[in-house]
Ligand binder design. Structure first.
Ligand SMILES: C[S@@+](CC[C@H](N)C(=O)[O-])C[C@H]1O[C@@H](n2cnc3c(N)ncnc32)[C@H](O)[C@@H]1O
Length: 356
């Protein structure tokens, strides 16, 4: 199968060019030193905290006809393992990246009769469930952020380490690109994004230099933007804390893909759709995602009644209980195999009460 990763198990028809891009990226992970034996079939792409995800979701998926939503399908790694572990499971997989849907459609083809894969933003999760005729679910998984192929394919413009057009769209059919943000937003808007989404201490300086530089010539490449960021950061700070462009690129990615507003809509929608005993697992990769997740989960695990009531009122009782103490981290062993898991934070909760 040419460029498909070995053992991908993704069908035998000739792959379109876009799929090839996904396949070659998955192989890069393998060349990066991941153990082939441990993966679930994409030539080295290892889903983050896979065993823990399976363990946490398993009790919720033990019924006769369980339904799970994978709100961040990506390469379909978690989904494939869930489908393999639960023979009666129906999986609804969502991704806003059309290449992820194409790739996972092939990868999950052995389970085609038990999968519904949808090209959509997880922000539309409630509508996706309605349209799939599955408004009630037993499990939900969020594996947030970008996938390895999105980072590794230079031309997608997510990475400061490659020179490429400033794109950063997960959904390649949307209009807003990083180039548009960098060249049209005001200094104030840029500084806010860099501060709020990138936690960039020098947000104003970076925004100021972007405005100055774009007045000379539009900023259209990742390399030029990375150079501008480096020049805006004081030399003493540049020597510590890795590549200074990292925070700016994260901020732009979050803005271009409206990542936080999607999560703000998707997580409550998934929690509302969970049946009694249903479980949600969320893997976050930066503090903003983890904070939103923590807030959404803890809000539902608290008694909301006025303090001092002699008998707790059912309407104020918590609907969920937390399954994790704080955020769980990947093991050292996983980090040795997959350095990209380093920033992962896992939180999970279970529905313990439904509204009357
Ligand atoms: C970390 S990857 C998921 C990897 C996947 N769990 C696996 O095992 O292959 C995250 C995926 O979520 C997708 N994504 C990010 N934000 C999204 C959103 N709001 N709606 C739908 N998909 C989204 C990205 O396009 C990417 O494919």
């Amino acid at each position: 199968m040419g460029t498909w990763p070995d053992g991908a198990g993704v069908g035998t028809q000739e792959e379109p060019a876009n799929d090839r891009r996904y396949a070659s990226s998955a192989s890069k992970d393998a060349r990066g030193g991941l153990e082939m034996d441990d993966n679930v079939g994409t030539g080295g792409h290892v889903p983050v905290m896979l065993e823990r995800v399976l363990e946490l979701l398993a009790p919720a998926l033990a019924g006769p006809a369980p339904v799970v939503v994978d709100a961040n399908l990506g390469l379909g790694g978690h989904s494939e393992a869930l489908l393999a572990a639960h023979p009666a499971l129906h999986l609804i997989g969502i991704d806003r990246d059309p290449f992820a849907i194409e790739f996972s459609t092939r990868r999950l083809s052995p389970y085609a009769d038990r999968t519904t894969l949808v090209h959509a933003s997880s922000g539309d999760l409630a509508e996706v469930l309605d349209q799939a005729g599955r408004p009630v679910i037993d499990g939900a998984l969020f594996d947030l952020g970008v996938s390895s192929p999105q980072l590794d394919e230079a031309e997608r413009g997510f990475a400061y380490s490659y020179d490429a057009p400033l794109d950063m769209r997960m959904d390649t059919s949307q209009e807003l690109t990083a180039e548009r943000v960098v060249n049209t937003y005001s200094a104030r808007e840029l500084a806010r994004i860099l501060r709020d989404y990138g936690e960039e201490r020098f947000a104003q300086r970076v925004a100021g230099l972007i405005i100055k530089e774009r007045a000379k010539e539009a900023i259209t490449s990742t390399k030029r933007l990375a150079d501008i960021v480096r020049d805006a950061i004081p030399a003493a700070t540049r020597r510590t804390g890795g590549n200074p462009a990292k925070r700016t690129f994260q901020a732009l990615r979050i803005e271009v893909n409206a990542e936080l507003s999607a999560l703000e809509a998707a997580l409550p929608a998934a929690l509302d759709a969970l049946t009694l005993g249903g479980r949600v697992v969320v893997l976050s990769y930066h503090s903003l995602e983890d904070r939103l997740t923590k807030q959404a989960l803890t809000a539902r695990t608290k008694d909301t009644g006025p303090p001092g009531l002699p008998v707790p009122l059912p309407a104020h009782q918590p609907r969920f209980r937390l399954l994790t103490r704080g955020a769980e981290l990947p093991s050292d062993e996983e980090l040795a195999r997959n350095p990209r898991a380093a920033s992962a934070r896992l939180r999970a909760a279970e529905r313990i009460r439904v509204d009357d």
